[in-house]
Design a protein around this ligand. Structure first.
Ligand SMILES: Nc1ncnc2c1ncn2[C@@H]1O[C@H](COP(=O)(O)OP(=O)(O)OP(=O)(O)O)[C@@H](O)[C@H]1O
Ligand SMILES: [Mg+2]
Length: 508
């Protein structure tokens, strides 16, 4: 693709937010029909640069040109008119609307005074066929799996005739299968001349699919390289400015007494379908039990049932001998649970609260944060400064609202809070989703430290590498059941992969 012409160019882009220079004299270009990956640590300024190209923010300095002409992009309307489309890090679809309604939102086709749904639906079906997207225009968006919702976002950009598509961390929420499907779609798009900017933290993906890779750090572009001339270690180094150890150092550790005991629980999801059937297992102090499985096999409902976000229909959950079946999150938290939830914006943070308040969200009513019913701002402040430094949360101050932080830094606020509390059990659901390699290294180290202190850890992760690296025992979940529990040292990636795909377990 190296001879292709440049379809978009950003020159000397600078953007200052209160207390943060988010983009510092950034130069970036995109060629026709290429996949240009954008890498960088959490808070490096990737989403900011994309929001500038898409007109959600305006640069303080610098110039953007599209198709060789200087462009004035003051709002997404301008950007869409220039043929730019964006799929955001956190989706922007309306769940109670159909696919067609979501796609035409803001660009409604009207015929004889009413919405022309038929024409829109036909166009969606056509786009869907052309790019193998398999999207039904009449389906309601809410119940669709995330992978399909994402395709709806892609259809939305194509519906508006986008020739430049920005994908901000599209694979963070996808299963490996869905990610492969997305890569196929991305290749189809580029083969038809669409140019793609692709943001991800997964180095393997970048090396597999990108034509060029640009790395950002602290608001600046560090370098642009091509995959054949680099590797994971070098990319990691460019991102965080130091060597990153991509493997976890974990010593043997004697498991202690049973902390979490789950006996025959079944759980129904919001559509009232039983998605967890009769699941039993235990986690001991000083042990990491990993739950491997393709997303959507009941892991979400299982962790919701264990953390009080949902009641199991049958069965029993005990923590350190105390029956906590169906109890509220507050009661379970009080009993010694630390919880890193899957959906950080819904269950992990209050986006309109400060970082400091979010870091004390579970214990603000206890000493040292409260004294005789009065909040102690000094204690909140000290706690947050300590955690911000330990977990390297990139924020201008503890007083900034959590919603202003970059996606990965929001995640770090939750992880810092939950891993710093005095708990007996940690349930970590996708703890490193959206985090850069340096932060993953640190958080893996913290999880292993908690295990060393005798905490029981239940790790639920879609990343098989993460499960293999941290777990002492691995349970495989398939169609709502635990189909195998094995010693992590005595199994292989391949074997786990087979069980995850539904292969029968041989009797030992
Ligand atoms: N609307 C905003 N108001 C204030 N500060 C902001 C805003 N948006 C971003 N920032 C700050 O700009 C910096 C860059 O954030 P950005 O979201 O671009 O990072 P990123 O590279 O996308 O990180 P991640 O990988 O975590 O998503 C961060 O320090 C963030 O706190
Ligand atoms: Mg981002």
């Amino acid at each position: 693709m190296s001879e292709s012409k440049i379809v978009l160019e950003a020159k000397g882009i600078t953007k200052q937010f209160p207390g943060v220079l988010a983009n510092d004299n950034v130069n970036f270009d995109l060629r026709k029909g290429e996949i240009h990956a954008l890498l960088g640590e959490n808070g490096a300024g990737k989403s900011t640069l994309m929001n500038l190209l898409y007109g959600l923010h305006n640069p303080d300095k610098g110039e953007i040109s599209v198709g060789g002409k200087t462009a004035t992009i003051l709002s997404p309307k301008d950007s869409i008119a220039l043929g730019i489309g964006m799929v955001h890090q956190h989706f922007m679809l309306i769940p109670v609307f159909t696919v067609a309604e979501n796609v035409m939102l803001g660009d409604e086709t009207v015929k004889n005074g009413s919405l022309d749904r038929a024409t829109v639906a036909a166009r969606i079906t056509e786009i869907s066929k052309q790019y193998g997207l398999d999207v039904d225009p009449n389906a309601l968006v809410g119940p669709l799996p995330v992978g399909i919702q994402q395709r709806v976002e892609i259809v939305k950009t194509l519906y508006r005739n986008a020739e430049i598509v920005i994908l901000d961390e599209p694979t963070a929420v996808l299963t490996p299968q869905e990610a492969d499907d997305l890569f196929r779609i991305m290749r189809d798009l580029t083969a038809r001349g669409v140019s793609i900017i692709f943001i991800t933290h997964k180095l393997k993906e970048v090396l597999a699919i990108a034509d060029r890779i640009t790395v950002m750090r602290a608001g600046r572009v560090i370098n642009t390289v091509i995959p054949s001339e680099t590797d994971s270690a070098q990319l990691a180094n460019m991102m965080v400015g130091r060597q990153v150890i991509l493997t976890v150092d974990k010593k043997d550790h004697e498991a202690e007494e049973e902390i979490l005991k789950v006996e025959g629980i079944s759980v129904r999801d919001q559509r009232d379908l039983e998605t967890v059937h009769n699941v039993s297992f235990t986690v001991r102090g000083g042990e990491v039990l990993g739950i491997a499985g393709v997303q959507g096999n009941g892991q979400t409902e299982l962790s919701e049932a264990l953390t009080g976000l949902r009641s199991p229909t049958t069965g029993k959950v005990t923590i350190d001998g105390k029956d906590l079946t169906g109890k509220s999150p507050r009661i379970i938290t009080e009993a010694g649970l630390g919880h890193i939830p899957e959906d950080r914006q819904r269950h992990g943070l209050v986006l309109s609260y400060s970082v400091a308040d979010n870091m004390a969200l579970c214990d603000y009513y206890h000493a040292p944060f409260s004294s005789r019913g009065v909040i102690q701002p000094k204690a909140l402040d000290e706690n947050s400064r300590r955690l911000i430094s330990a977990f390297d949360v990139r924020t201008p101050s503890p007083f900034v609202n959590a919603g202003k932080l970059s996606g990965g830094n929001q995640q770090k606020v939750i992880v810092a809070r939950e891993l710093s509390r005095n708990v007996k059990l940690v349930i970590a659901n996708q703890p490193t989703r959206g985090l850069d390699v340096g932060s993953i290294e640190y958080i893996h180290g913290e999880i292993i430290k908690m295990r060393g202190r005798g905490v029981a850890v239940l790790l639920i992760s879609a990343e098989l590498d993460e499960i293999m690296a941290l777990s002492d025992r691995i349970a495989v979940m398939y169609r709502g059941q635990i189909v195998a529990i094995v010693d992590a040292k005595k199994t292989t990636r391949e074997q786990l992969g087979l069980w995850m795909a539904g292969a029968q377990v041989q009797a030992a």
